[in-house]
Each structure stands twice: as C-alpha cells, then as structure tokens.
Ligand binder design. Structure first.
Ligand code: SF4
Length: 248
C-alpha cells in the first residue's frame, strides 16, 4: 500500500540479492530496428526518384559563398538570400574583404534578410576568423567550422555536405523536423536529437541528399498545414504520425 513502510525481518538471508551470472546482462534496445532502417532506405529511394533535381537551394560558387549564404538564411527564405548574395559578393568577394567591411555597409546590403544587425556582425566576425586563423580558407572540419564566430552545427553541416562533399551530419530544418516526426523516424523536436536519430537510421552516404529530398517533399507534398497524403509517393511507407487524415 502507498505510504506503508516496507516490512523487514532483519534476517540478511531473506534480502540477499541474487548475483548476476556473466552474460545475462539485459540488452540495450535503443536505436532503430532493421525494419525501420529498411523503411528508411525505401523512403529515400522513392524520394530520390521523385526529385532527381533536388539540391542545395542556396546559390553559391565556393565554400565561402555557401557559408555566408547559409548564415543569411536564418529566419529568411532561400529566394530572398539568393537575391542578396550576388550584390554582397560583388562588393566583398573574399573573407579578407568582408572582414574589412564596415558594419553599416554590410547592414545596408543584407537588410532585407532580417536580423540584419546581428547577421552583419556575424558575417564580419566569421570572415575575420577565417582570414586570421585559417589563411583565408573556409575550414573543412566540424570542430573548426563550429569554432568560427556565428557558425553553429547546422551551418557547418550545410558547408561540409554541399561544398566539401562530406557526410558528417544531417541538416535539420523545419521541414526535416516535421517530416521525420510524421514518418516515425524520431519523436523529438530538438534538432540535435533529431539529427542523432537520423544518423542512426539512414546510411551515411545519404545524409546530405536526405535533407534536400525531405525539404523538397515538405514544400511540394508534405506541407505543414495540409499534407497531401492521398497523392503522396510515400503513402504506403509513412505512418503519418500526428496527421489528421480526412474521413470519407
Ligand atoms: S504520407 Fe502524408 S504525412 Fe507521410 S510523407 Fe506523405 S504527405 Fe507527409
């Protein structure tokens, strides 16, 4: 009964714990099972077939341009960023030049991307770090990238995957978060935890393209408000978690 003290006899022999035999340790059950991993492969293949043109939506010619574009894309559409970056890179084409730019001049150019004061500050600080600590070249490791001022893991993943061809992690944005929850590959809302779940589920070679495919599918079919499950290429593979399907 709740609150009732446990009766003890004081006899040591009655409370003696049974020693665990070697090899009887309970197995850990964390991580996706084989069926989930197979479903992940199926879903990836179907999306790859559906969107053969899927790629990074931010226009760029090198790692520096992609890094700057990704930093600008926070709380802003990729289309808007693509309108701003040609002007930005015409004025300041290298980390060294951007590092030496006046904050108010950068603010004017990037104004329409929102949060322009903080973004201008970050762009100049990051460019300064690249110039002073990395010889003017954007570094190609997660540790070095995330040590740059204003660069978090998501931005580093974008650069490593798309500019350097390295599958170090999975980019988790609002589309990836929504879709992977609906598809039952994660139960988390925290991007870091979602990324860990996806890295455990999908083959490493697919990590960079996986984000692009999910983002394309999120825009075209699995929208936030009205996912078109009836016409979705994944309707037989997706548990549609949290999605209200229309009753006939
Ligand atoms: S079946 Fe529905 S919930 Fe699942 S991916 Fe397709 S549109 Fe999204």
């Amino acid at each position: 009964m709740p609150g009732m003290a446990k009766k003890t006899t004081g006899n040591k022999s009655t409370t003696k714990k049974t020693a665990k035999k070697p090899g009887t340790k309970k197995k850990r059950t964390s991580g996706p099972d084989a069926a989930t991993k197979q479903r992940a492969v199926t879903i990836y293949d179907k999306l790859a077939k559906q969107y053969p043109q899927a790629k990074c939506a931010l226009d760029h010619e090198d790692a520096f341009q992609l890094l700057i574009a990704t930093m600008l894309s926070a709380q802003c559409t990729d289309e808007r960023v693509n309108m701003v970056t040609p002007v930005l890179f015409k004025k300041w084409s290298t980390p060294k030049k951007l590092a030496a730019a006046k904050q108010e001049d950068v603010e004017k150019v990037i104004h329409s991307t929102g949060f322009f004061r903080q973004k201008a500050k970050s762009l100049i600080a990051t460019s300064t770090d690249i110039t002073e600590k990395h010889g003017g070249k954007v570094p190609d490791t997660m540790d070095e990238l995330t040590s740059l001022r204003g660069v978090a893991r998501k931005t580093a993943n974008v650069v490593l995957g798309n500019a350097y061809g390295q599958n170090v992690g999975v980019v988790v944005d609002t589309h990836v978060r929504r879709l992977t929850n609906r598809m039952g590959f994660t139960k988390h809302e925290d991007p870091v935890k979602i990324e860990q779940d996806l890295m455990a589920t999908f083959p490493r070679d697919d990590w960079t393209m996986l984000s692009h495919l999910l983002i394309w599918h999120g825009r075209k079919t699995c929208n936030a408000r009205k996912p078109d499950c009836a016409n979705c290429v994944l309707k037989d593979d997706c548990p549609k978690i949290g999605v209200e399907t229309k009753k006939k």
